[in-house]
Design a protein. Structure first.
Length: 675
């Protein structure tokens, strides 16, 4: 507004100067014309001066548009009439034409010229008797001056306007190119266009998928916020043209700025001359054209940034899913990450029956959408009334296949889902691979567990066999040693050889059978009698062995073979770990419910710390006893037999070189009633 006022002010000042120049020239003519009839001219000049001052200093007087040129023409026509014709007062019309051109441009110059010609002719007619034909030439001169003035003013104006437009264009372009965000580019464009001369308002229209035009970023006059577009108007939106095609009661321009997304620029124009309108429209088209490419670049940048961000999100999501160790966790992560990617909700359901595995959308409704459809698919919710009821209006569902008949459904806008579908598929692939790996791992773990169990039982069986073999070898040795001794004595002890062979047979049958050495059906033995036989067997090997037993028999609850095994083992050790000169004593006692048998030698003895451990399998004492051959099995077999029959066994020794005593107890056999 300030700028317009300044321009008006300058124009009025120029007007006053032109009028003063005209009055000065008129005054000169008055002086040249001498006295007489010129008093009328002088009076008109004074009136003209007064009118010029009033027009200059009283803005109210300028409100009547035609007043200013009318004052000029009337005053000058009055002067032409008052002056003598030879003074050429018509020249004063030039000032009137100039003033009109200044005020109203070429049109003012032409109009003022025409009126000047009419005024001059009127003056000549009124002064008919004095006028000559030659006095008509000023008419041609006036027309020529008027046309030249009009042409000059028009040229000046056009140049001026072009300068203004190019300045405006440059400034607007500068402002536009500083924007990076598409919405900021649009907002700037709207603001800049709205500031152009003869523009009443500007706005951006966005065409929604629902075929509605939405007005945004308005500046100045603008249509309603939302317009339902007819098919015809929709077509019109695709090319630049009159605003009337879309909003019938508005005059202006509608220019498409972008097609993806579809955005149209609307401009409401002042009612003005077709020429001015064309100039303005040209300027706006130029500006919108330039803004269009800036906008396209901004949209492209945003798209690229979004693409990069969603790719990053997908990579992260795949990382999260790939790190999960359980099936349920994979499904939960897949659901969360897919929801984040599309900025909406997600659900995983089973295609067979619509059971929801994870998520909160109704599986039955989703099943209806997915039925008979090839996946992946993007389906508008409206395609099923059941789904349309439970989802927000305009929502769309993307369906992507997971593994084993499971489907991942995400809800969002159609644009977003379309853009993200490949990424959703990648996430689904990731989840599928992970699920397959986890299933494979679980299967392997199960198989490994089974294998472990098999290996364990096989190992156990193998160990048992090894034990049995070691025991067999050891046990067969005692009778063999005895047989060896008896064999040297030959015929004298043939019966004893047979006895030992029988023991060997028993042992072998026993070892070959799978039964364990357990108490039960073997019956009972007379401990003293058995001890005597064992001593007899041992004596063959040249030992001095005494028996210390009570007169009454001590019957123990153990089979003959096992008891013989026990005594043979203990006597064999007593012999092994003492010299033949050192005596050995076998003692048999009966106690409270149990009988006790001990073998005492005067041999190498056993250090205290070994006493408890010599009954372990393969345990042998170092030092003096190590020189004697052995496997560390005999005592462990004894312990096993005694324990199996409900007894105990232990060793005592007063130390190295002072002999040892091995004692075992066994339950007394219940007396069987005499038959
Ligand atoms: P081995 O075949 O080595 O004799 P045993 O199980 O019969 O195996 O005995 C275990 C160890 O106990 C022997 O190596 C020996 O050091 C010690 N031992 C067993 N009996 C006697 C004993 N009468 N006197 C001294 N040491 C003995």
């Amino acid at each position: 507004m300030g700028r317009t006022a300044a321009v008006d002010e300058a124009r009025e000042r120029a007007h006053l100067l032109i009028r003063l120049a005209a009055i000065a020239l008129g005054g000169t003519l008055v002086l040249l014309g001498g006295a007489g009839g010129l008093s009328l001219a002088a009076g008109v000049l004074l009136l003209y001066l007064a009118a010029a001052l009033v027009l200059r200093f009283f803005p109210a007087a300028r409100r009547v548009a035609a007043l200013s040129p009318a004052v000029d023409l009337v005053a000058i026509t009055a002067l032409v009439f008052a002056f003598p014709l030879e003074l050429a007062p018509w020249i004063l019309y030039v000032f009137a034409i100039g003033a009109a051109a200044l005020g109203s441009g070429p049109v003012g110059a032409v109009t003022s010229t025409a009126l000047a010609v009419v005024g001059y002719d009127a003056a000549l007619i009124l002064r008919g008797e004095q006028a000559r034909a030659t006095d008509l030439w000023p008419v041609q001169a006036l027309i020529a001056i008027g046309l030249v003035t009009a042409e000059i003013v028009w040229a000046l104006r056009r140049q001026d306007l072009e300068t203004i437009w190019s300045r405006v264009h440059a400034r607007a372009l500068g402002a536009l190119s500083r924007q990076r965000d598409p919405s900021e580019v649009l907002r700037t464009l709207v603001t800049e266009v709205a500031h152009l001369p003869r523009v009443r308002g500007a706005w951006a229209w966005r065409l929604g998928t629902d075929q509605r035009l939405r007005t945004s970023f308005t500046a100045g006059a603008a249509p309603a916020g939302e317009i339902v577009v007819s098919a015809e108007a929709l077509r019109a939106l695709r090319s630049p043209g009159g605003l009337e095609r879309i909003v019938p009661d508005m005059s202006g321009l509608a220019i498409p700025v972008s097609t993806d997304p579809p955005i149209t620029m609307g401009v409401a124009l002042d009612a003005s001359s077709p020429e001015e309108r064309a100039t303005t429209a040209g300027a706006i088209h130029d500006l919108v054209g330039d803004a269009g490419s800036l906008l396209a670049a901004a949209f492209e940048r945003v798209r690229r940034e979004e693409e990069a961000a969603s790719l990053e999100a997908t990579v992260r999501a795949l990382g999260v899913i790939g790190a999960e160790r359980a099936q349920a966790a994979v499904l939960a992560s897949c659901l969360l990450e897919a929801g984040t990617l599309v900025g909406g909700r997600a659900t995983i359901f089973r295609l067979a029956d619509g059971t929801v595995i994870a998520g909160d959308l109704p599986g039955s409704a989703l099943l209806e959408l997915a039925r008979d459809r090839r996946l992946p698919a993007i389906v508008p919710a409206t395609s099923s009334p059941a789904v349309a009821n439970v989802l927000e209006p305009g929502a769309t569902v993307a369906l992507v296949g997971l593994s084993e008949g499971r489907v991942l459904a995400t809800i969002g806008t159609v644009e977003r889902l379309t853009a993200r579908l490949p990424l959703l598929e990648r996430i689904a692939h990731g989840a599928r691979d992970r699920l397959a790996l986890i299933a494979e791992r679980d299967e392997l773990q199960r198989a490994a567990k089974e294998l472990g169990r098999d290996v364990e039982s096989l190992g156990g069986a193998l160990r048992a066999k090894e034990d049995a073999l070691a025991t067999a070898v050891h046990e067969l040795k005692n009778p063999l040693t005895a047989v060896h001794g008896y064999a040297t004595l030959m015929s004298r002890n043939l019966q004893a050889v047979q006895g030992q062979l029988a023991q060997l047979e028993r042992l072998m049958a026993d070892l070959l059978s799978t039964e364990q050495r357990v108490a039960g059906v073997e019956g009972a033995v007379d401990a003293a009698a058995e001890a005597k036989e064992a001593i007899a067997r041992a004596r063959v090997r040249g030992a001095t062995i005494d028996l210390d037993a009570p007169a009454e028999s001590v019957r123990l609850a153990i089979g003959h073979a096992r008891f013989a095994q026990l005594l043979d083992n203990l006597l064999a050790n007593a012999l092994k770990y003492s010299s033949p000169a050192q005596p050995i004593v076998v003692r048999v006692n009966a106690g409270e419910g149990e009988g006790k048998v001990s073998v005492t030698d005067r041999g190498v003895g056993i250090p205290n710390e070994h006493l408890a451990r010599i009954f372990d399998r393969f345990y042998r004492v170092g030092g003096a006893s190590e020189a004697v051959a052995g496997q560390g099995l005999g005592l462990s077999i004894c312990k096993e037999i005694v324990a199996a029959h409900g007894g105990r066994i232990w060793a005592e020794s007063e130390g190295p070189g002072r002999g040892s005593t091995f004692t075992f107890t066994l339950p007394l056999a219940l007396r069987t009633p005499a038959a």
